[in-house]
Write a protein that binds this ligand. Structure first.
Ligand SMILES: C[S@@+](CC[C@H](N)C(=O)[O-])C[C@H]1O[C@@H](n2cnc3c(N)ncnc32)[C@H](O)[C@@H]1O
Length: 204
């Protein structure tokens, strides 16, 4: 693994049609690099992390999401059910994709993609990250995959506005492939975003 990652094809893991899904290669590389004994994925969505974990032999990894497919676990209300060595966390990028009521089921008030506004979204994100970090075993790692976004001409840097926990061990840039902004011509009005951030925090 290096500080820039790029996977032109997302791989065979999970549901490729689940909006905002990530490439299974990200999770595979992380698990192969850090070799954690225990693994939790939060915001499991289309099942990418689940498929990768099973393929790598994790028979007891835990995968959670508000989506009823994963038991309707609510990151804002429910306790983290396990203490693990490694957490992969891939939250909604503000309201760029609305999940409940659009990707699955009925609109849910605690869906992070339905936060009242950006401030509310960041507060909720911080609350969830803090809870996840606290739940880690000592020496464990929290890997957060998150993108910046632009809405009505305003640039929102989530990685600048969110809280950091423990030691920031790595900041990896992930090139985005197949994003809408790559295909649209903006005639120089702004620079399209074609990358995401993978931040790895360690609890020492
Ligand atoms: C970016 S998607 C994750 C995609 C996943 N990594 C994949 O590859 O398919 C974000 C997920 O956050 C979930 N979510 C939103 N609010 C939540 C909450 N309060 N608690 C738990 N999950 C939530 C959504 O249901 C959605 O599946």
């Amino acid at each position: 693994m290096k500080s820039v990652i790029s996977y032109p094809h997302r791989g065979k893991w999970g549901d490729a049609n689940y909006r905002g899904n990530c490439s299974g290669y990200v999770i595979k590389e992380l698990l192969e690099y850090f070799k954690p004994r225990t693994f939790l994925e939060v915001f499991a969505g289309g099942g990418t992390g689940y498929d990768v974990a099973r393929e790598l032999g994790y028979t007891d990894s835990v995968h959670l999401d508000l989506n009823p497919r994963w038991g309707g676990w609510n990151a804002l209300k429910d306790a983290v059910p396990v203490s693990v060595d490694f957490i992969f966390c891939h939250p909604p990028y503000f309201d760029i994709i609305i999940y409940s009521g659009e990707v699955w089921g009925e609109a849910h008030k605690d869906d992070l993609s339905r936060a009242r506004d950006y401030k509310d979204y960041i507060e909720k994100l911080n609350f969830v990250h803090k809870k996840l970090f606290r739940s880690l075993n000592r020496g464990g790692r929290l890997a957060i995959l998150i993108g910046d976004c632009r809405k009505n001409g305003v640039y929102y840097s989530i990685i600048k506005d969110m809280d950091y926990f423990g030691t920031l061990e790595s900041h990896i840039i992930k090139i985005q492939h197949n994003v809408k902004s790559k295909k649209i011509k903006y005639h120089g009005s702004f620079i399209p975003i074609i990358h995401e951030h993978l931040l790895i925090f360690r609890k020492s």
